[in-house]
Design a protein around this ligand. Structure first.
Ligand code: GLA
Length: 348
């Protein structure tokens, strides 16, 4: 039954380890965080969408039959309406208030949280339960909005983390076989995971992200494999630069995800810290997505006594993730992050 009113929450995510592996058929270990985006949706009688981005205090008004190209947050809204219609959902007119407590462009996946919260809110107004298409299908719908409407060739990591996250656990995702999303309990025994903003904003649609993705596709083509995760390490060493470095990162990062799962199950947090450091070195030197502002942020965290720190998300700015032992103080503006529930409807 269609609803008059719906509110949907979708969390941002932290990726513990496994960066730039999603679109390379590899492994990642993200979790949903408690901060996220909330879309408050009210059905209206005409076929007009009136969206209001509360943090920017900007409005966007269009009819649901419109398919024009847009920029910034508007591209997400018009793209989501179009992709839901393409899925067979009868999207009606609505007033949408978009808010929440997730900073934009900080590497905490505000884009996926916006897509997922819009998706759940519009589905609820149309009277469709998220489990009907299934959350995996919804993750693909959200990724299409980002790829085809926003222009960022991102993978499925962020959408899956937001849709499948759960309190107390990270998700081991195998992108070679998407059915396998396995919760991994995140028992930190008093240790803390924190994020510290480098202050540098990134935008995947305009940044080096698409270039890295294209390099990975080219490396896989030259190696004759479907995805870089299937590549033979010896063949990778014979690739020309920079393709060799890009492929090397993917293989070594996949191995680190497996080791991180083992470290967590052995309660070996110092080992987890060393893996974060190794991931950072690989993202800086082989994948080459760090910046001076990110390096300064990593150095601040290490100087404060972090057991490990690394650039997180797409790169070229954003947040740094760090692990601190129980008796060590994180810098004052670092935010502690814990696994929270995945996307859901809120009471209206
Ligand atoms: C961004 C993208 C994801 C993923 C990460 C890097 O967050 O949206 O798909 O590729 O970067 O791991």
């Amino acid at each position: 039954m269609p609803s008059e009113h719906a509110r949907a929450f979708a969390p941002g995510r932290v990726n513990l380890i496994g960066e730039h592996t999603d679109y390379n058929g590899g492994l990642a270990l993200p979790f949903a965080i408690s901060q996220g985006v909330i879309v408050d949706a009210t059905a209206v009688d005409d076929l007009v969408i009136r969206a209001h981005a509360l943090d920017l205090d900007e409005q966007f008004v269009f009819t649901v039959t419109e398919r024009g190209s847009e920029h910034g947050w508007r591209a997400f809204v018009i793209g989501m309406v179009a992709e839901l219609e393409a899925l067979g959902v009868d999207v009606g007119g609505a007033k949408l208030g978009i808010g929440g407590d997730l900073p934009r462009g900080a590497g905490l996946s505000s884009s996926a949280a916006l897509e997922v919260s819009l998706c759940l809110a519009l589905l609820a107004l149309a009277g469709i339960d998220a489990d009907e298409p299934g959350r995996l299908e919804l993750a693909r719908v959200c990724a299409r909005v980002e790829n085809d409407w926003v222009g960022a060739q991102t993978g499925l990591l962020d959408q899956l983390a937001s849709l499948f996250g759960g309190a107390g656990a990270a998700l081991l995702i195998d992108f070679a076989a998407l059915e396998t999303i396995e919760p991994v309990p995140l028992q930190l025994s008093g240790w803390k995971l924190v994020v510290l903003d480098s202050g540098e904003r990134h935008e995947h649609a305009g940044g080096g992200y698409n270039e890295r993705r294209a390099e990975c596709t080219k490396a896989a083509e030259q190696l004759g494999v479907r995805t870089l995760s299937e590549a033979d390490p010896a063949a990778v060493e014979r690739l020309p630069e920079p393709l060799r470095r890009r492929a090397r990162h993917v293989l070594s990062e996949n191995a680190r995800v497996r080791e991180a799962v083992a470290a967590l199950s052995d309660d070996d947090l110092p080992r987890l810290g060393r893996l974060l450091d190794a991931s950072h070195a690989s993202l800086r030197d082989d994948f080459q997505i760090s910046t001076p502002a990110v390096e300064a942020t990593v150095a601040r965290l290490r100087d404060a006594g972090a057991a490990g720190a690394r650039i997180m998300g797409g790169g070229f700015g954003g947040c740094v993730l760090a692990l601190f032992a129980p008796d060590v103080e994180a810098p004052p503006n670092a935010i502690e992050v814990r696994p929270g529930p995945g996307a859901h409807l809120l009471d209206t």
